[in-house]
Design a binder for this molecule. Structure first.
Ligand SMILES: Nc1ncnc2c1ncn2[C@@H]1O[C@H](COP(=O)(O)OP(=O)(O)OP(=O)(O)O)[C@@H](O)[C@H]1O
Ligand SMILES: [Zn+2]
Length: 468
């Protein structure tokens, strides 16, 4: 037995060594990848010539663009101006796809397509430049391929990289790229740190920023840093608390909503590029898809106290935006960490509880609409919002179910309640709510969160469980 134990501890030590080696190799790889990206970028920045000046339209141009050429607001000069304009599209997702598509179709001179992500099946309902066969491909490449197919005369540059403080040189190069290669920037990203980063880069390089967002059934659009108007920081000097921010994978989105907002962005870019100008410089356009209504409100003007565009700016170069916002420059894997280790179980631990048929209550705190998509068979559904509001009928059902488990356990000990949601964030909040109730509204329970939620269950325990 002693030798077995020794062998096990020896193996454990070797395993730990190997794990350390793997981490070191991964770090090295990440560093090399970053410097490779920067090298590639540097090459692009230095090797790209300015757009060729066009004195007149070719017969082919006249044929291709004939329907917009005859618009008095646009005309030949508008088309020539367009062919001279370069636009950087940050994010090739729900907004960036329709935007890039219409810019290319209209004959923009150059379009930069920036995105760090790869195409997934759940993107296809709204990210319309990508197809089934582009799953797994870099979005920047896939979008570039579609844009070139649509209009080969447009110069199209994919940037498969993430704008983040980790890529410090990249952020630095962003300024170079914007100074040298792009006239207008369109923010089609989906997270707050990226919005601040792109805003500051636009102010520092003096470029207008056409920005939009879309969530659920609503969209918004504004043009920042344009003709003396405010920048994003003038209006939002402080970032919102990270837990107040909802993304598409949490809140949901109907594909056509970012489609409409991306088209609006394209419209404003085209108006700026062709010379007509935009009237959204100090205006917020709001779209309510449910009521099919648009509203416009006038925004406050450029602020003398603004940290980046004000009279005494404190932001004079790009800073650490993840630190500033307290969240990552991506909307993926937003993991809250609200509980201690002993208040949480892994999906593997929960699986063994199920396998051992140990008496417990599984509480699913997702909204009903998500429970309709999929759920574990024995779970009780009470949405987090109902728990937070202490809805009496839900509390009654909860007490009744706890009572039943207690009977099953012959009133022996505290009833274990395991809380689950989609990704393991709301379930942690629910544990906190239930713990506050314990002893008063609900009795005799120990509450634990299932880490990573149903998506971890689908990935690690039951591959046949649907992922959404
Ligand atoms: N800092 C960044 N650098 C590069 N690309 C970014 C950055 N932040 C966001 N993006 C890109 O912006 C796009 C936003 O689009 P959208 O929200 O429609 O897509 P998504 O993130 O794929 O959606 P989902 O939330 O459903 O997974 C994404 O493709 C994302 O990769
Ligand atoms: Zn400002």
């Amino acid at each position: 037995i002693v030798t077995m134990a020794e062998e096990v501890s020896c193996l454990k030590a070797r395993l730990m060594e190997k794990e350390k080696e793997i981490v070191a190799l991964k770090n090295k790889l990440a560093l090399e990848k970053n410097s490779l990206i920067d090298l590639q970028l540097q090459e692009k920045v230095t090797t790209l010539p300015p757009l060729k000046l066009k004195a007149a339209l070719s017969n082919e141009d006249i044929m291709r663009y004939s329907r917009q050429l005859i618009l008095p607001e646009f005309g030949v000069q508008g088309q020539l101006n367009l062919s001279q304009t370069s636009v950087l599209v940050v994010g090739c997702g729900g907004l960036g796809c329709p935007l890039a598509q219409y810019l290319a179709a209209a004959g923009i001179g150059r379009v930069g397509l920036l995105d760090y992500d790869e195409v997934e099946l759940s993107n296809l309902h709204r990210q319309v430049l990508h197809g089934e066969d582009s799953q797994g491909q870099a979005k920047a490449q896939s979008a570039a391929h579609a844009v070139r197919r649509l209009n080969s005369t447009v110069e199209c540059i994919p940037y498969h990289l993430q704008l983040s403080p980790e890529n410090k040189i990249t952020a630095f190069l962003l300024l170079d790229i914007m100074h040298l290669m792009f006239d207008i920037v369109a923010d089609c990203s989906d997270n707050v740190p990226t919005r601040y980063l792109v805003n500051d880069a636009c102010v520092l390089s003096g470029k207008p920023l056409v920005s939009a967002s879309a969530l659920r059934m609503e969209g918004q659009l504004t043009v920042y840093n344009y003709r003396g108007g405010p920048c994003y920081r003038c209006l939002y000097p402080k970032p919102p608390p990270p837990e107040m921010v909802t993304n598409c994978s949490d809140g949901g989105i109907l594909g056509v909503v970012p489609g409409i907002m991306g088209c609006f962005q394209a419209l404003e870019v085209l108006k700026i590029a062709s010379g007509q100008g935009s009237s959204c410089g100090q205006q917020l356009l709001m779209f309510d898809a449910q009521d099919a209504k648009f509203r416009s409100i006038r925004l406050r003007s450029k602020q003398a106290s603004c940290a980046v565009c004000g009279e005494n700016p404190t932001v004079t170069h790009l800073v650490d935006y993840e630190k500033f916002c307290g969240s990552a420059a991506t909307d993926k894997c937003r993991r809250l960490n609200l509980l201690s280790k002993d208040q949480r179980v892994t999906v593997q631990e929960y699986k063994s509880i199920v396998d051992n048929t140990a008496a417990h209550l599984l509480l699913d705190v997702r909204p009903l609409v998500e429970v309709d998509i999929c759920h574990l068979p024995t779970s009780l559904n009470i949405p987090l919002s109902s728990l937070e509001d202490r809805k009496s009928e839900h509390i009654r059902v909860l007490k009744e179910r706890i009572g039943r488990v207690k009977e099953e356990m012959l009133n022996e000990s505290q009833v274990p309640v395991y809380v689950i949601c989609k990704l393991g964030n709301d379930s942690q909040k629910a544990v906190q709510v239930l713990e506050k109730m314990s002893g008063s509204e609900v009795d005799f329970v120990t509450v634990k969160d299932i880490c990573g939620g149903l998506m971890a269950w689908a990935q690690k325990i039951d591959p046949s469980f649907p992922q959404y």
